[in-house]
Design a protein around this ligand. Structure first.
Ligand code: FEO
Length: 406
């Protein structure tokens, strides 16, 4: 399929299909393959290209451009996102269309140089309310950072009510019928994509939605999967619903305590911390044995919790695997505003507690208390210290106490 497809008058789809890809970005399964979407706007003063495609699909991409215009016609290239699946063909496009100016966010500027391997590209940085006018078309830019890279932007074609959303509202779902009202049921893929790509940036999703909501959008041209021309509001509402999860239950903040235990010592510490947290009637404490929790449940619990405490003994100088599983699934989670703390009983060296604590700090949790370590079997006094640890952690999460910086 080497001809561009007209999706509205003078607006063309230049995207390419990758139906056989089965894993994307290492972490995502792609049972239906994917697409790398790109668009072309034709005006009486020249052409705007919006994003390119993965490098290995360049030939098909350039054939599509050539089916519409000559390279001399291309005046502007808008890059909403510079990840290689969208910028792969950019260096070659810039060579073929030397008169084109590249529009991108200020954050993207240093990256552009390393992608293009040249300083000879003319570019302009853009942000919310800046406009690009070419012939009869007006493209308004929107700053939508962290969706899902720091440099991402969106744009809105005023005359045609089209939102070019970048990866936002994408799906890894190839279907040659192209439009959301014609393709098969891709909703599982739309949610899966959100969970893996956008969920860690929920607060940025909400900010982007507040910009989108000021616009009259009848079509969403995203960078992966079906173009959304039927009921775009439905998809915006879904993003709003998924990004608005409250971290409160019945108006109370949640602190979740996760532990693994060999001889019940770390479990006893966890239980006393739980009791300490529960002493505050404005908090809800949860306690979980990690050996019986699967990843989806971990994510749901983590998302709802304002504070988390993790306890583990040290085994062979390391943290036991169920705890690493918990710590690694946090890459799919927004950590902004969350508190963390660690504890554990140990026999000899006891490195696990510091390892977990370092990992929470690296993930940008606020870690206000020194980790709590107890050698082997906690005494009554030490269990009381665990209770106090729970009380103090709870007070910090609830904002009652000045947070200590450690
Ligand atoms: Fe589709 Fe973030 O690249």
């Amino acid at each position: 399929m080497n001809d561009a497809i007209e999706i509205k008058k003078d607006i063309y789809y230049l995207g390419v299909s990758d139906p056989d890809i089965r894993t994307f970005d290492i972490i995502m399964k792609t049972a239906n393959g994917t697409t790398y979407n790109s668009y072309l706007i034709k005006t009486d003063e020249g052409v705007i290209i919006l994003d390119t495609v993965k490098e290995e699909f360049s030939d098909e991409f350039f054939s599509k451009i050539e089916s519409i215009c000559s390279y001399e016609d291309i005046k502007c290239i808008v890059m909403h996102h510079l990840e290689p699946d969208h910028s792969g063909a950019l260096p070659e496009l810039a060579l073929r269309a030397p008169d084109a100016k590249i529009y991108l966010s200020p954050m993207a500027q240093p990256m552009l140089k390393s992608i293009a391997k040249t300083d000879n590209m003319e570019f302009e940085t853009v942000w919310t309310n800046k406009e690009l006018k070419l012939g009869s078309k007006t493209l308004k830019f929107l700053s939508t950072p962290h969706l899902h890279w720091p440099e991402t932007i969106s744009s809105y074609l005023v005359e045609d009510n089209i939102l070019f959303s970048g990866d936002v509202f994408g799906s890894h779902y190839y279907d040659k019928r192209l439009f959301n009202d014609l393709v098969g049921d891709f909703e599982y893929s739309f949610k899966y994509y959100y969970d893996h790509i956008m969920r860690p940036f929920k607060s940025d999703v909400i900010k982007a939605l507040s910009l989108y909501e000021t616009l009259d959008i009848d079509t969403i041209c995203n960078l992966h999967g079906p173009i959304i021309r039927d009921n775009p509001q439905k998809y915006m509402n879904l993003y709003k619903e998924w990004s608005s999860t409250s971290q409160r239950l019945h108006g109370k903040k949640i602190i979740s305590i996760f532990y693994v235990t060999s001889y019940k010592n770390t479990k006893d510490m966890a239980q006393n911390m739980y009791d300490g947290v529960e002493a505050d009637e404005n908090l809800i404490a949860n306690i979980y044995d990690l050996t019986a929790l699967d990843e989806q449940n971990m994510l749901t619990i983590l998302e709802e919790s304002t504070g988390i405490l993790i306890g583990a003994p040290t085994i062979n100088g390391d943290v036991p695997k169920p705890v690493w599983d918990l710590l690694s699934c946090m890459m799919l989670l927004e950590k902004k505003g969350k508190f963390g703390g660690c504890f554990g009983s140990y026999g000899w060296s006891g490195e696990a507690v510091e390892m977990m604590n370092s990992r929470l700090k690296a993930l940008k949790f606020r870690v206000p208390l020194a980790p709590k370590k107890i050698k082997l079997i906690p005494t009554k006094e030490e269990l009381l210290e665990c209770y106090d640890f729970g009380v103090e952690f709870g007070e910090i999460v609830n904002g009652k106490m000045m947070e200590m910086t450690l």
